[in-house]
Ligand binder design. Structure first.
Ligand code: NOJ
Length: 587
């Protein structure tokens, strides 16, 4: 038996639950924790190992829980601490684990720390956040004619600019003027999400204590929200890179002390537990990811592959075309880059992204086939796969017909800013982009069956349900032998059975085929051969000579009765096949 550098979180498949949209147990239209408890057997049967729960803490809910007002209590919308404990116990009883969302780049402005901080420049909490004086127009080199106080929501009589030119990820300046004390505070997200000051040791201590408190309650790790934004450079200099994802990102992404903070967090808290940590990184290179590994992080989320469809101007808020070449190159770079020296996370969906089948698949003619192909990719690349609720039934984007159907603060703010600047003009353009990009595509309620509101709630759902729920739902998937869900179950159990899914090295076979992506996963005593036709056309592909021959057909999304890999493969639209070879043949 080969010796692998084993870890439970390498062998696990994570299932992400966005509690607001998963299952509502009390009819108020919002999903809740008892609703999740009702579905524990469902998760167990699916075959996932870990649940990542999006924030359920006390929060005013401006960013659906990513604005935390109290880190140690459960938002009553979602239930009680006792409900949460039942959830944890229920998962553990079924041999599943729980990781919680750790949101410590910022808090809610309703957090007690911020309330105290904003009360006076002399407050002992002032320095928990990032407060600065504004700049005069002269200092910023802006003429009075160019200056519009409305851009900064300034009260009458105040004519100054924010301390620097950084922009919020949700559109507009990253600073808000506080009338009470005449200073500005930094918020890289909504103005109701002020950034914590990590330079302040007291802040770090308070966070470590809170993390310890949750670990003591028995959780199995953390998903760390935008964790590489926590260190801001001395002097908060203006952004220098006009191509940055938002103005200033070149200054605050992977800031100067970020590794010091993460390794301190690891030494102080995480290292005492067999915990899994995954750091969400606004932007991160392979080299940087390795350093986070050295700091003690299990893995990071990078988003390189989820940027391939950004337009040339306007970044995320414009549309571009992705190509197979780019997708394959990007994921291959990460596969190879972290080989032997780090660990990948794998993901195509989450609560911030449009649905993968609408984005990388063909959600019209080949919804089912392309969802399965993407599942194959997710579960056969090397790394820890993260599924997102609804992915297992091939849920797709929502056909927004009006902005009144949008709830997401990010979408609404960015649309407002793009309209103000004239970048988006017609209603049609706006809706087209919202349909394609909005985070709300991922947040429509989970589709359980074909009754009213897809069985998500007995009340009025907080978000509209996708009208395709009559066909795309869990109950229908259970009845259907060819469902996406069956396919996931099949792949998940194959993954449990064969180490090569987890520990095999990735070897790419097709470097420049414009439809086919073929690769092997190789250990000293086994090999998986994966071939994917990433297109809606029929394609022929000749695999490398040494994989041709006898092989066990493990999983595929079409009928393929062969016990061998032929020298020519005729692949149907979005066809995916996974073969197991008796022994490794690819070096
Ligand atoms: C990333 C989270 O995934 C997203 O939902 C949230 O809006 C931002 N971080 C801010 O916390």
């Amino acid at each position: 038996m080969p010796q692998f550098d084993r870890a439970w979180w390498k062998e696990a498949v994570v299932y992400q639950i966005y509690p607001r949209s998963f299952n509502d147990s009390n009819g108020d239209g919002v999903g809740d924790i008892p609703g999740i408890v009702e579905k524990l057997d469902y998760l167990d049967e699916l075959g996932v190992d870990v649940v990542w729960l999006n924030p359920v803490y006390e929060s005013p809910g401006v960013d659906n829980g990513y604005d935390i007002a109290d880190y140690r209590s459960i938002n009553e919308r979602y239930g009680t601490m006792a409900d949460w404990e039942e959830l944890l116990a229920g998962l553990h009883e079924r041999d599943m684990r729980l990781i919680m969302d750790l949101v410590v780049n910022h808090t809610s402005d309703e957090h007690e720390w911020f309330q105290r901080s904003r009360s006076s420049p002399d407050s002992e909490y002032r320095d928990y956040y990032i407060w600065r004086e504004g700049r005069s127009l002269g200092e910023a080199g802006v003429s009075a004619a160019e200056f519009d106080p409305a851009d900064y929501h300034l009260p009458e009589g105040v004519y100054e600019l924010p301390p620097n030119d950084w922009e919020s990820f949700f559109g507009g300046s990253a600073w808000t003027y506080d009338e009470e004390t005449g200073e500005w505070y930094l918020h890289l997200f909504d103005e109701k999400q002020p950034d914590l000051n990590w330079q302040n040791e007291k802040v770090r201590e308070a966070i470590y204590e809170m993390m310890e408190w949750w670990l003591q309650k028995g959780i199995d790790g953390f998903r760390m929200d935008v964790i590489n934004l926590i260190s801001k450079p001395e002097g908060l200099p203006n952004g220098e890179d006009s191509d940055a994802i938002v103005r200033g990102a070149d200054q605050f992404v992977n800031g100067p002390n970020v590794h010091e903070y993460i390794s301190e967090m690891h030494d102080r808290v995480i290292s005492d537990y067999d915990a899994m940590t995954v750091g969400e990184m606004a932007e991160v290179s392979v080299e940087e990811a390795k350093k986070f590994g050295e700091d003690g992080m299990s893995m990071v989320f990078n988003f390189d592959h989820l940027r391939l469809d950004f337009g040339p101007e306007g970044g995320r808020w414009s549309k571009g075309e992705w190509t197979l070449d780019e997708l394959r190159d990007t994921l291959t770079e990460w596969q190879k880059g972290l080989e032997g020296d780090g660990w990948n996370s794998l993901h195509f969906n989450n609560h911030d992204e449009p649905r993968m089948v609408s984005r990388f698949g063909n959600d019209e003619e080949y919804r089912r086939e392309s969802a399965k192909l993407l599942a194959t990719l997710l579960l056969t690349l090397k790394g820890t796969p993260f599924m997102y609720q609804g992915e297992e039934i091939g849920m797709q984007n929502y056909p927004f017909e009006s902005l009144t159907e949008v709830r997401d603060v990010d979408t609404l703010n960015n649309v407002r800013v793009a309209r103000q600047s004239g970048r988006l003009e017609s209603e049609e353009e706006v809706l087209d982009l919202v349909q394609y990009r909005s985070r709300d595509n991922a947040r429509t309620p989970m589709q359980w069956h074909d009754d009213e509101h897809a069985g998500f709630t007995e009340g009025d759902p907080w978000m509209p349900v996708n009208p395709n729920y009559t066909e795309v739902n869990v109950a229908a998937a259970r009845r259907d032998e060819r469902s996406v869900r069956r396919y996931y179950r099949h792949l998940l159990s194959a993954r449990d059975e064969h180490d090569v899914f987890v520990y095999g090295d990735y070897v790419l076979h097709t470097t420049d085929h414009d439809r086919v992506w073929a690769y092997s996963r190789v250990t000293p005593d086994a090999e998986l051969f994966v071939v994917l036709n990433v297109s809606s056309a029929t394609t022929t592909y000749a695999p490398p000579a040494n994989v041709v021959g006898e092989a066990e057909f493990l999983v595929g999304n079409y009928n393929t009765p062969l016990g061998r890999i032929n020298d020519t493969l005729d692949l149907r639209p979005w066809e995916a096949r996974v073969y197991l070879l008796d022994e490794p043949v690819t070096a």
